[in-house]
Design a protein around this ligand. Structure first.
Ligand code: COA
Length: 146
């Protein structure tokens, strides 16, 4: 059974491995721990039994919720896991009375853009050269809001 849990220290290595398998420049274990302890963050994991298979986090800043990161283990993708995690974060937005949701996504990342559009996000603007690639080049970000 797939469950959603609050992030904890025991899951740092799993989250690090999922992020490493998912994005060109993953978070360090220190960054993961900092975000886990950040008072402004909500950080959750998805589990299949005891196995951590995905994570998502957002920052609540004033009346804004900024989706900071989300990833699912490659072998668990396209099964609704990211949708489940985002819906969990969005539920918290309702509780916080947060109406403004914001995120950035690489222009090349069509799966993530589709995921966000399916959940009601719309493109706001393109931010040039927002992401740095491992080879030193840059990629634009689409800023999406809901
Ligand atoms: C983006 C990501 C988190 C989606 O996770 P997921 O669990 O596979 O997503 P879901 O199964 O909930 O899919 C929801 C919707 O997303 C879209 N989507 C997901 N994978 C897709 C793909 N490979 N191609 C096109 N659209 C896709 C679809 O609209 C899908 O809805 P549908 O199943 O009705 O077609 C996952 O691909 C991932 O971990 N990618 C690497 C990390 C990343 O890019 N994070 C986002 C940073 S901004």
């Amino acid at each position: 059974m797939i469950t959603i849990e609050k992030m904890k220290k025991d899951y740092i290595d799993d989250v690090f491995e999922i992020d490493k398998a998912s994005v060109p420049i993953p978070w360090s274990k220190n960054s993961i721990e900092e975000e886990m302890n950040n008072m402004l963050s909500k950080f959750i994991v998805a589990k299949d039994g005891d196995k951590v298979i995905g994570f998502a986090m957002c920052w609540f800043i004033m009346d804004e919720c900024h989706i900071g990161n989300i990833a699912v283990l490659p072998e668990y993708r396209n099964q609704g896991i990211a949708t489940m995690m985002l819906n969990n974060l969005l539920e918290d937005c309702k509780e916080h009375g947060t109406n403004n949701l914001l995120l950035e996504v690489r222009v090349s990342n069509v799966p993530a853009q589709n995921l966000y559009k399916k959940l009601g996000f719309e493109e706001l603007v393109v931010r040039k050269h927002y992401y740095k690639n491992p080879d030193g080049s840059y990629e634009d970000a689409i800023i999406m809001t809901k």
